[in-house]
Design a binder for this molecule. Structure first.
Ligand code: F6R
Length: 642
């Protein structure tokens, strides 16, 4: 492997390949796995693969399955060792990693069952230590791992080596970090059901593999990847220890790589085409020097590596004014356009004054987190706002919420003994809820019922914003209703449902989210489905005139230089937004510790909106309470210009 960093990659301490999409990346990784297996076949030995679970490797495993099915590629000489397993889950449990691997890979290729190793999550506590040593020995007996596939957690963990794991740590039992448990809450229908412990290979064990490939997709991984790849080696970010391995490489997509110096501050690592990044450079200089844009001086530019920018654009004076105006023009209190106003410098056209607006929310709460204040404004400005929830979100409802709703229904039934059918359904659900174990899967009926809970919450939250309930649609896209997290398969029927709604509404504006999300997440899948539907409508007159906006998720606040439309919220509007968000009560954190409250998604959204406002303020623009941010959907705009 050629590990020499180029000038561009000079800050990167792990060689990193950045691909436009995860599909491009997994093609390369799958091909190198295939080459390894073939080479071992020729040498007459087994190839030993270290495997990971989670969302990240799903696409890679699909590509390996495709190689097997379509190209007859064989895995008969492959031995596998998985990184980790939840402690306390039996192998057949739907959320056990053993089960995951069976469904996502092993059951669909010809790897001999006796060659498969996944840590046993059911080993008794007293035997764990010896068992872990045996697991390590089995790896050695197999000749050591030839290639280890890794994902990275938002805590910086690899395997389940949470912050604090040492470089020499070995296979052992560990307690899971809170953030990791929260990330897994969806899989287990509530954080309270996520196992507290796991068995994992250690950092030291992982580093013994001959070759390592770390995969990561989506903007939620961008910050931790920068810390792991460019930061110091530290136990606080266990993935940073990969820097010490002679043959480790990261394969990531563009959004996951966005915080690396070569993308975030490209002028620091080589010559650049300034045109598309002028705003970014000026904002970052203002940030570094803690100065408003209009107070930056020529020396500030020349002394901070931006002399070339001045040469190309004139003086600090003209550059500052230009960027200040650009930022100023992103701000609007009229997200539906300001009637009868000169709109040449406004993000949204004035005409038609009355617009049809279509907002897509992947799951209930997503759009509310990103743009409740803007939705409220659009309603107040009398636009015709249609809100389409793409999925019901039933997989996110903890059992306790369902129990509470059932008890309400039971009360009602006591008063209406004549409704026998309804009474029977309630009894069946009550029975299921009473008898299911925390990790058990929900029946279809229970999923539907949980979907009803989320729909009721969604309707209540929409009413806070002034939306007409007749304009709130629940598309219940089939991919979600039939699937489960990390195992969704989309079809033409999903796209058709979205397309059909667009053609009924003929919107002037569409709002979506998920462009930077993990491609296997509901938001990521929803974004692709809406994009396909819009592409299919590309030639229609309404679509050519339609503005498509993307709203931010609560993952991270966008930087001012990324924002095309900033909608300020007054203190009163922010309060309305929070009131709207609180109606999604089934989504509140399940952990009963006061200090965890700051991790609530609505708290994150509020923090992000306030942070964006502070950022604009620091740059010398008006000081607002909070700001919701939007980007243009460039693909659909490019299409409509054709
Ligand atoms: C899984 C594992 C974990 C995951 C990490 C990322 O076997 O070892 O380290 O790779 O938590 O998870 P996803 O891919 O779901 O974002």
């Amino acid at each position: 492997m050629d590990n020499q960093p180029t000038e561009l990659e000079q800050y990167e301490r792990i060689p990193t390949k950045v691909y436009k999409t995860p599909d491009d990346a997994v093609g390369v990784v799958a091909a190198s796995i295939a080459r390894l297996i073939r080479r071992c076949q020729q040498e007459g030995r087994n190839a030993v693969l270290g495997l990971a679970t989670g969302s990240t490797p799903v696409k890679l495993y699909r590509e390996l399955i495709r190689l097997h099915r379509q190209e007859g590629f064989s895995f008969r000489n492959v031995v596998t060792f998985n990184l980790d397993e939840y402690y306390g889950l039996p192998p057949h449990h739907p959320e056990s990693y053993r089960h995951f691997m069976e469904v996502q890979l092993f059951g669909q290729i010809d790897v001999p069952p006796e060659n498969i190793h996944v840590p046993d999550g059911m080993i008794s506590r007293s035997e764990v230590f010896g068992y872990c040593q045996e697991y390590e020995r089995a790896v050695q007996d197999a000749g050591g791992i030839d290639l280890q596939i890794l994902g990275i957690g938002r805590t910086g963990h690899i395997g389940f080596n949470e912050p604090g794991s040492g470089i020499d740590s070995r296979t052992r039992m560990v307690a899971l970090d809170r953030l990791t448990r929260r990330d897994a809450a969806r899989d287990f229908r509530g954080e309270a059901n996520v196992p507290g412990y796991a068995i994992t290979m250690g950092v030291g064990t992982i580093l013994q593999a001959k070759e390592l490939a770390l995969l990561a997709w989506g903007e939620s991984k961008a910050a931790i990847l920068r810390a792991a790849i460019e930061g110091p080696q530290t136990e606080t970010v266990p993935a940073s220890f990969l820097q010490g391995h002679a043959s480790c490489r990261c394969y990531i997509d563009a959004v996951a790589g966005a915080e690396l110096t070569r993308f975030r501050f490209p002028w620091k690592v080589g010559p650049v085409d300034w045109k598309p990044i002028i705003r970014k450079a000026v904002v970052s200089l203002a940030n570094d020097l803690k100065k408003p844009v209009l107070r930056l001086r020529d020396e500030d530019y020349t002394e901070n590596g931006l002399a070339q920018l001045l040469v190309e654009t004139g003086s600090a004076y003209t550059l500052n004014i230009r960027i200040f105006n650009e930022l100023q023009h992103t701000i609007t209190g009229w997200p539906g356009g300001k009637p009868n106003a000169d709109d040449s410098n406004r993000p949204v056209p004035a005409e038609p004054a009355w617009k049809r607006v279509l907002v897509f929310g992947p799951e209930p709460l997503d759009a509310e987190l990103g743009m409740a204040g803007t939705l409220h404004r659009l309603c107040r400005h009398q636009h015709e706002v249609t809100f389409a929830y793409l999925t019901s979100g039933n997989l996110g409802v903890p059992d306790n919420e369902a129990r509470m709703a059932i008890s309400l229904l039971n009360e009602l039934n006591v008063n209406r003994p004549e409704d026998v059918q309804g009474k029977n359904r309630v009894e069946d659900l009550a029975h299921e809820l009473e008898h299911k174990a925390p990790f058990d899967e929900d029946s279809l009926d229970l999923r539907q019922f949980k979907g009803l809970i989320r729909k009721a919450e969604a309707r209540a939250s929409c009413q806070v914003l002034g939306l007409a309930l007749s304009r709130v649609h629940f598309l219940d896209l089939p991919f979600y209703e039939k699937g489960r997290y990390r195992q969704f398969t989309t079809g033409q029927e999903d796209v058709a449902a979205i397309q059909d709604l667009c053609q009924r509404i003929l919107p002037h504006q569409i709002y979506i989210t998920g462009s930077g999300a993990d491609p296997n997440s509901v938001a990521g899948i929803s974004f692709r489905l809406v994009s396909s539907a819009l592409e299919a409508c590309g030639n229609e007159a309404w679509m050519k005139a339609c503005q498509v906006w993307m709203y931010a998720s609560s993952e991270r606040p966008w930087y001012p230089e990324e924002i095309d439309m900033a909608v300020p919220l007054s203190p009163a509007e922010l309060a309305v937004k929070l009131d709207c968000l609180y109606h999604h009560r089934s989504q509140r954190s399940q952990t009963p510790f006061v200090e965890t409250q700051s991790g609530e998604s609505w708290q994150q959204a509020e923090n992000n909106n306030r942070a964006t406002a502070r950022h604009y303020d620091r740059l010398g623009l008006a000081e607002y309470e909070a700001i919701e941010s939007f980007k243009r959907h460039k693909e659909s705009e490019a299409r409509s210009r054709k």
